[in-house]
Design a protein around this ligand. Sequence first.
Ligand code: PEP
Ligand code: MN
Length: 359
Amino acid sequence: MNLKDLQNDWINEFSKPLIIAGPCSAESEAQMMETAQRLKESGAEVPVFRAGIWKPRTKPNGFEGVGVIGLNWLKKVKDEFGFKTATEVANAHHVYAALEADVDILWIGARSTVNPFTVQEIAVALKGTNKPVLVKNPVNPDLALWIGALERLLGQDVKNLGVIHRGFSSYQKTKYRNLPNWQIALDFKHQYPNIPMFVDPSHICGRRDLLSDVTQEAFNVGYEGAMIESHCNPDAAWSDAAQQITPEVLAEMFGNLQIRNSDISGFDEEMGKHRALISDIDFQLIELLSNRMKISEKIGALKKENNIAIFQPDRWKVIAEYASARAEESGMGKDFIEKVFKAIHEESIEVQNNIMIDK
Ligand code: PEP
Ligand code: MN
């Protein structure tokens, strides 16, 4: 069987978009129960409650999850409030314990998806399960590795699948914790329209104020659901405090999002895709320009130290000629590119000037 042939009817049990919410980590029974109760009372349509029991942390000696005791709390959340439950599994032992505790949906984290040995071990432990298994994108932007993880699961007869876009790490500091890459996610969707795709705005953003825009962007391009972190007392969370929101804020956020009907015309979805790709590019343009200006500041400081004039006509000539030659090669108007580079150059001179006069 091929990934393209999967039916994935499991998602039709839920109304769309399917929201999976709950704390980054299970911390105590009281924290789990309060979060679940408030999610229920908030009016948000959240059929599935998530909580990490085993936490992959960047550095040792931090909180690494409560372990199997947290599975009892998930069970309690299910029994008392009627949620389905979801947790992350990162090795075969986690899988056995989660299946034993009847967790409803399992996910493979970004740090596991990168490692084929880990994915294979998890897949073998899951052999033949009917439970939905969601695979987060690997931390690096590698579509084949992401798809490979799904193939490993399918190879063990795990047929209820889904994927989660949680963004990609980058060395450069940006406003996102993990850069969204709508292009890769859309390429995935294009190849496998039958596999439900979720957005994880929490791990993309790393901070609360960006969650709504990222989730909206995903819904605009037809994502089937979202996995989002919600905690009864976000600032006191033991992991990922800055990105978690209260159940009430979550309910308000989803109340304000535009949720597309599944029968929306092709035009809106097509437009949403183009806009998402333009967002990727605009973000990169701004990052690049900002980096360029930071280098200009350094040049300004060097020129100041060595008493060199800011405007170097020869240098500008080289930049302008290179830009127009590249413009022609890439099929863009020379005049347009000249205007853009003139504006960049003017700003760069301004930045250097400010350094010279110590502004
Ligand atoms: C999580 O969902 O809490 C988590 C650890 O996510 P990721 O695998 O995306 O880092
Ligand atoms: Mn988290």
